[in-house]
Design a protein around this ligand. Structure first.
Ligand SMILES: C[S@@+](CC[C@H](N)C(=O)[O-])C[C@H]1O[C@@H](n2cnc3c(N)ncnc32)[C@H](O)[C@@H]1O
Length: 252
């Protein structure tokens, strides 16, 4: 298996590590091992907190999330840092929330590492959507009535609802849809869904700060949630899951 032990030449090795939704118990054993071996850890806001306590105490911890500044050049800056640390021969962990491959701009980092000829691995993890369903004690699929599962971003690069949404797909009532980064745009999304035939009474689950001590789960409907979020400040990461399973298991 390729891994940081493959380090042998002057170039370092980068582990693109998924940190799960936040609770260290939801890290994979491989993620924890890479943190213990790291010489440098570049982490996002959502990967900070108790997970970082698992890092090698001698590792340099480098925040690269929004709070670290540089909003416009942020991704380029992260790419450059990854390459720079690796070229200096370091064992680098790039920690990304949930599963690194879901709405995590992983591709840009893979391209930068390939271009610089730096060896890397990807360590998969628990996506926040999967952790949210577990916290709400529901499955994400159901025979006949939820045969499709889709993940959607509620924010384009400007933070607004993406314009080129496939409305037919996301207004399909026999589907479980999970919206990431959708708190601000959900009122618009819910309006569009109803215009495309989805009932306002469709069950919805609002899952905030999943797996954190202040986790909040609210079972509601898409229409009521749109109203609730219209004036609500965004203070925590949250997901919106809608579809038949959002109201809980079918007891009948
Ligand atoms: C940039 S995306 C990264 C998603 C991540 N790669 C994943 O697999 O969960 C950030 C968004 O993921 C969701 N998210 C991440 N962690 C979360 C958590 N612990 N609770 C609720 N939502 C979370 C929120 O919608 C947040 O705005």
């Amino acid at each position: 298996m390729a891994g940081p032990d493959a380090k042998g030449d002057a170039k370092g090795f980068v582990s693109l590590v998924s940190s799960g939704p936040g609770d260290p118990e939801l890290l994979t054993l491989r993620a924890a091992a890479r943190l213990r071996q790291a010489e440098v850890v570049l982490y996002d806001d959502l990967s900070s907190g108790p997970i970082l306590e698992l890092a090698n105490p001698d590792a340099e911890l480098v925040p690269v999330g929004k709070r670290a500044g540089r909003p416009s050049a942020k991704q380029e800056h992260v790419n450059a840092l990854l390459v720079e640390y690796a070229l200096a021969g370091q064992r680098v962990v790039r920690l990304k929330s949930g599963d690194a491959g879901i709405f995590g701009r992983l591709e840009e980092e893979i391209i930068a590492l390939n271009e610089a000829g730096i060896a890397f691995e990807i360590v998969p993890g628990v996506p926040s959507a999967v952790a949210a369903a577990a916290a709400a004690q529901i499955p994400l699929t159901r025979r006949l009535t939820a045969r499709r599962l889709q993940f959607l971003t509620g924010a384009d690069v400007t933070g607004a609802l993406p314009r080129d949404i496939n409305w037919a797909a996301i207004a399909d009532p026999a589907t479980t849809t999970v919206v990431f980064m959708g708190q601000r745009s959900f009122p618009d999304l819910a309006r569009g869904l109803q215009e495309h035939g989805l009932s306002g009474e469709t069950p919805a689950l609002f899952a905030e700060a999943v797996s954190h001590p202040h986790q909040r789960l609210i079972r509601t409907t898409i229409a009521a949630l749109a109203e609730m979020l219209a004036d609500a400040p965004v203070t925590q990461p949250a997901l919106i899951l809608y579809g038949p399973l959002a109201q809980g298991p079918d007891q009948g």
